[in-house]
Design a protein around this ligand. Structure first.
Ligand code: SF4
Ligand code: SF4
Ligand code: SF4
Ligand code: FES
Length: 365
C-alpha cells in the first residue's frame, strides 16, 4: 500500500500520510480549517461540526477532524455550503449561551468568540430556552460555568488521556446534556487532582482559573516563559504578569517535556511568590548578632537584618565549622524553588569553596 495519498485542498495538491485525518494533513501544510472540539493533543471527537468541509463525490459535508485521507480526495474548506453549515452550527451553539462577552473572563481568549467574529454570527437568530446552571466554585482553583460550555468534550478527553484520571464526563443527552464531575458531584468532591489540563484545553470561559478572575484581559498581561521550579521534570510554563504580579500560569503549548500541560503545582502553585507570609529579608538569631552562647528564650529570637550582615555571619560560621571539624562536617541542601543557575552556584560553593560533595536537592527525593 502507498504510504502517501495525494489530496487536493482548495485547489492545492498536497501529500498526506495514510492514517491522517483531513484536518491533520491540512494543519501540517499550513491550511486553516476552523475547529472547536478538536485539539492537537487529544484524540478526535467530531462533536462540534465546525470543521465541516465539502468533499467531491461525498453526499454530505464531512468533519475534517475525523475523515481519513485517501488517494485523490478533492476538498473545499470554505465553499458557500461549508460556510453556511458553520454559521448554522455557531448559531445553534450561541442560542443557548449567555453571550456576556463584555464581562466574560475568556474574552480575547475564546475560540467560540473568535469564530462568531469570523463568521459574523451574533447569536440572535434562534430564540429559545437557555440553561441557567449554578456556578461551581467549590474548589480552590477552577470555576466551572456550565452556561458557557459548548459540550466539545475537550475537558473529558484531557482528563482521561492526558491526566488519566477520568474525573469528567457528560451526563444526560440532548438539550439536557452537561459536563459533570465524578458521580455528578462538585468538582471538589470528585476524583479531580486539579492539574488544570481541562482548563488548558477548554475553548470557552466554561472552565477558568480562579486566580486569574478579574486580573486582566490577555492584551493587558505580560507573558514570561519560564521553567516550573517545583521539580526536576522541567515543564515549561508561561507566567502571565500584570503590575509585576503573577496573575495566571499556563503551560507552553509546544514545550518538549510537557506539551502545554502541568501538574497542580506548576499551574496553581505559584502564588507563593506574592504570599504575605513569605520572608523577603534575611533574619538571624539574636545571640548570633550579639556573640556568646544561646541562653534564654529571648536571645534565640529572630532579628531582621540586611543582606550583608546575614551573609557575613553565615560565611564566618561556615569557615569556623570547616576549620574546626573539616569540610565534610557541612552539607548543603538546595531548593527546587531556585533557578538552575542558583542551584549550579550552590554546587560550586559546596564543592569548590567549602570542599565537600555533601550537596543534595529536594527534586531528587
Ligand atoms: S465564553 Fe466566549 S463567547 Fe461565551 S461569553 Fe465568554 S467570551 Fe463570550
Ligand atoms: S483539573 Fe485535571 S484531574 Fe481535575 S478534572 Fe481537570 S483534567 Fe481532570
Ligand atoms: S467545559 Fe469547556 S472543554 Fe469541557 S466540554 Fe465544556 S466547553 Fe468543552
Ligand atoms: S472540530 Fe471537527 S467536529 Fe469539532
Amino acid at each position: 500500500m502507498m504510504e502517501k495519498a495525494t489530496i487536493t485542498i482548495d485547489g492545492r495538491k498536497i501529500q498526506a500520510r495514510y492514517g491522517q485525518t483531513i484536518l491533520q494533513a491540512a494543519r501540517e501544510h499550513g491550511i486553516y480549517i476552523p475547529v472547536l472540539c478538536d485539539h492537537p493533543a487529544l484524540p478526535p471527537e467530531g462533536a462540534c461540526r465546525i470543521c465541516l468541509v465539502e468533499i467531491e463525490r461525498q453526499r454530505t459535508l464531512q468533519p475534517a477532524c475525523t475523515f481519513p485521507v485517501s488517494e485523490g480526495l478533492v476538498i473545499y474548506t470554505h465553499s458557500p455550503k461549508v460556510i453556511e453549515a458553520r454559521k448554522f452550527s455557531l448559531e445553534l451553539l450561541l442560542s443557548d449561551h449567555p453571550l456576556d462577552c463584555m464581562t466574560c473572563e475568556a474574552t480575547g481568549n475564546c475560540l467560540l468568540q473568535d469564530l462568531a467574529y469570523e463568521y459574523g454570527v451574533t447569536g440572535d437568530r434562534y430564540q429559545g430556552e437557555k440553561h441557567q446552571y449554578p456556578i461551581d466554585a467549590s474548589n480552590p482553583f477552577i470555576v466551572v460555568d456550565r452556561n458557557k460550555c459548548i459540550l466539545c468534550r475537550r475537558c473529558v478527553r484531557a482528563c482521561a488521556y492526558i491526566n488519566g484520571v477520568e474525573a469528567i464526563s457528560v451526563f444526560y443527552r440532548g438539550f439536557n446534556a452537561y459536563i459533570g464531575f465524578g458521580a455528578d458531584s462538585t468538582m471538589q468532591d470528585s476524583p479531580c487532582e486539579f492539574c488544570g489540563s481541562c482548563v488548558e484545553v477548554c475553548p470557552t470561559g466554561a472552565l477558568w482559573p480562579k486566580m486569574a478572575i478579574g486580573k486582566g484581559r490577555p492584551y493587558q498581561l505580560q507573558k514570561v516563559q519560564t521553567v516550573c521550579a517545583y521539580c526536576g521534570v522541567g515543564c515549561q510554563i508561561e507566567l502571565q504578569v500584570r503590575n509585576n504580579r503573577i496573575v495566571n500560569v499556563v503551560g507552553v503549548e509546544n514545550a518538549p517535556v510537557n506539551q502545554g500541560f502541568t501538574c497542580v503545582k506548576g499551574r496553581f502553585g505559584n502564588d507563593f511568590v506574592h504570599h504575605p507570609d513569605r520572608l523577603t529579608r534575611p533574619r538571624v538569631r539574636k545571640y548570633l548578632l550579639e556573640g556568646g552562647k544561646r541562653e534564654g528564650k529571648e536571645r534565640g529570637e529572630w532579628v531582621e537584618v540586611d543582606w550583608d550582615t546575614a551573609l557575613d555571619l553565615v560565611s564566618r560560621k561556615l569557615v569556623e565549622i570547616r576549620d574546626t571539624y573539616g569540610s565534610d562536617s557541612i552539607g548543603v541542601l538546595t531548593s527546587a524553588k531556585c533557578t538552575n543557575e542558583e542551584n549550579y552556584l550552590m554546587n560550586k560553593l559546596a564543592r569548590q569553596l567549602i570542599g565537600t560533595n555533601n550537596i543534595d536537592h529536594c527534586a531528587r527525593l
